[in-house]
Design a protein around this ligand. Sequence first.
Ligand code: SF4
Length: 242
Amino acid sequence: MELYNSLIKDTQALFEGASAKTWEPSGREAWKDLGASELVLQKDAAYELGAQGKGSANYVLFTSNPELVSKDQVLLYGPDLGQIRGEVDFARIVLLRVGVLDEDDEVVYRTLKDIEFAKYHVYPEGYMVRMSPESYREQVRVSKAAVKKGISFKAVGANYIEEYKKNPNVLNAVVIFATLPGLDYRKMQELAKKANAVTGTLTHILEGLPTDCSVCALKDVCDEVEGMKELHFGVGDKGQKH
Ligand code: SF4
């Protein structure tokens, strides 16, 4: 699964020169998970991350390359949840090292979607997430009570890692949080859009779209993403045999 590698490198380039706090959760740090979504009312909120008018981005990228993702890790660029005093920019980017996904293409796609879906199963107490898949934004309302109890990105990152790793195809997960002003959140949204285009193209390929690049609406994606055409022609051959 190397289709997203260039997007991982572009993402890493966005943080070059910025210093990060890093943690390697061992499994005990996770924040209490409520198992269902919680409503944090505005009057109970300490602040919002990535609110309208602020930078915001959210996406997941996959790889099989251990040089790109080699361990479970939480990275934080910017102030932590206990230090934030008002609305701030916010990004949550997840890099996942996956295994065994080069075997059966349909399984690959379904597995990627299942893995992506994991983000809807994380409910840290006092941390209400609202996602906007069309605009690749993620907004979080954090409760005053959670801040008082010491909620941190290390703990919330551990919740995400735990959830992603429930899928046996996920070998390692890196969760990057950003709250630093001045990062290129717009570019992050562009990368999120590209990641979505890669996953979307993968679906079309696996649905058996004809292999004629000259008339294909997805040509822009395939011209840019290394390995996409090879994947389609491989799948096309298989289709013809059936
Ligand atoms: S490989 Fe060619 S035909 Fe297949 S999706 Fe990409 S552009 Fe379209």
